[in-house]
Ligand binder design. Structure first.
Ligand SMILES: *Cc1c(COP(=O)(O)O)cnc(C)c1O
Length: 365
């Protein structure tokens, strides 16, 4: 028998979260962001989860050409956007073959399109840097870049996009949006809103929105939970207790003896460790659900195991179900203790963890 750990991806939850994004931005074109293997959920699984006619996004956005090929391979014929554009000129051949939209964030990428030989027509999203100072044209360079794009005969669609640095803060998108509005040419489709903006800054839903973390049911905010936003978890990471022991006051648990019992304590050993993607920095007290009861972590996370104080779960035994995060325990609550964010935990789910897709709608391919 394999180790009892597995991740369950909840198809209906992803569809429900997408529907929530649509309701927040009526009429907008919705890009479902599936970079980083769909934030750890599996690109093919997420496309399958959203495959029923009423559940589909308008397009998929991602980073890697190979991932775009995966989305095409499972039958998606609609738009796919490369959020960072191409990395070298010959990538444009694949862009043409796969019929992808491309971001253009620096002048060199326009050079490559100008010089591309062939009959391909490109759909370009000009990226404007509105203060993040990461990717994109500085505002004062945007008019010239737009003029160049308009002059290239192989470009048949131009949109403008930007990415907010502070959309998770109150009014955090306002300065960036004002900057964007100052340079975005009238008449071109506009794409600005990530999950935080979709959920909290309705005015930023322009023609297109780019929904990432919200699809997966975690929060983009430090101070608002996914549940209060109406999001439902898309991934449950579950395992079982593989051993139980009773220890006395003063006994230590795990590497370095980080946990020291202050009273007689029952310790459960969970088949999950940092090699499964669980954060090693999680402190004692990090919540872990055993047989439906929230219990505190006790002792340092090991490569393959976690130890948990199950003193409050008299029925706990070898084989008891353990939820590391998911429907009974928000991934964000685990992330907070480990000083990270739900995004990082879900993206870090290790390849050795088997994943099952649960709840595909009837009639899904
Ligand atoms: C990742 C990404 C998004 C989605 O961000 P979330 O916070 O996950 O919604 C949107 N736009 C761009 C350009 C991205 O890289």
């Amino acid at each position: 028998m394999p180790r009892p750990i597995r991740a369950v991806v909840h198809a209906r939850s992803i569809a429900a979260n997408l529907a929530l994004a649509r309701a927040r931005a009526p009429g907008a074109f919705v890009w479902a962001v599936v970079k980083a293997n769909a934030y750890g959920h599996g690109i093919e699984r997420v496309v399958a989860a959203l495959s029923a006619p009423g559940d589909q996004p308008d397009g998929y956005a991602l980073i890697d050409l190979a991932d775009a090929a995966r989305v095409r391979a499972v039958g998606w014929r609609g738009p796919i956007l490369l959020l960072e554009g191409v990395f070298e000129p010959r990538d444009l051949d694949d862009v043409a073959a796969l019929d992808l939209d491309v971001a253009v964030h620096r002048a060199g990428q326009i050079d490559w399109i100008e010089r591309h030989v062939g009959a391909a027509k490109f759909k370009v999203h000009l990226k404007v840097d509105t203060g993040m100072n990461r990717l994109g044209f500085a505002p004062h360079d945007v008019p010239a870049a737009l003029a160049r794009l308009r002059a290239v005969s192989s470009i048949d669609r131009v949109a403008v996009m930007t990415h907010f640095a502070d959309a998770d803060l109150a009014h955090g998108a306002e300065a960036a949006l004002a900057c964007f509005d100052g340079v975005a040419a009238a008449g071109l489709p506009q794409s600005v809103a990530n999950s935080a903006a979709i959920l909290s800054q309705p005015g930023t839903a322009r023609d297109e929105i780019r929904a990432g973390i919200l699809l997966y049911g975690a929060t983009p905010f430090a101070d608002r939970s996914a549940a209060e936003l109406g999001l439902v978890p898309a991934m449950t990471l579950e395992s079982e207790l593989i051993a139980i022991r009773s220890i006395d006051a003063g006994d230590r648990v795990g590497y370095g003896g980080r946990f020291v019992a202050t009273r007689p304590t029952r310790i459960g050993v969970v088949a999950c460790g940092y090699a499964d993607g669980y954060p090693r920095l999680a402190p004692d007290g990090t919540p872990i659900v055993v047989d439906g009861v929230v219990c505190p972590m006790a002792g340092r996370v090991s490569m393959d195991m976690i130890t948990v104080d199950v003193s409050e779960v008299p029925g706990a035994r070898v084989g008891s179900r353990v939820e590391l995060w998911g429907r009974e325990l928000a991934i964000d609550d685990v992330a907070r203790g480990a000083q990270t964010i739900g995004y990082e935990l879900m993206c870090a789910l290790a390849p050795r963890v088997p994943v099952v897709l649960d709840g595909l709608p009837d009639g899904a391919p």
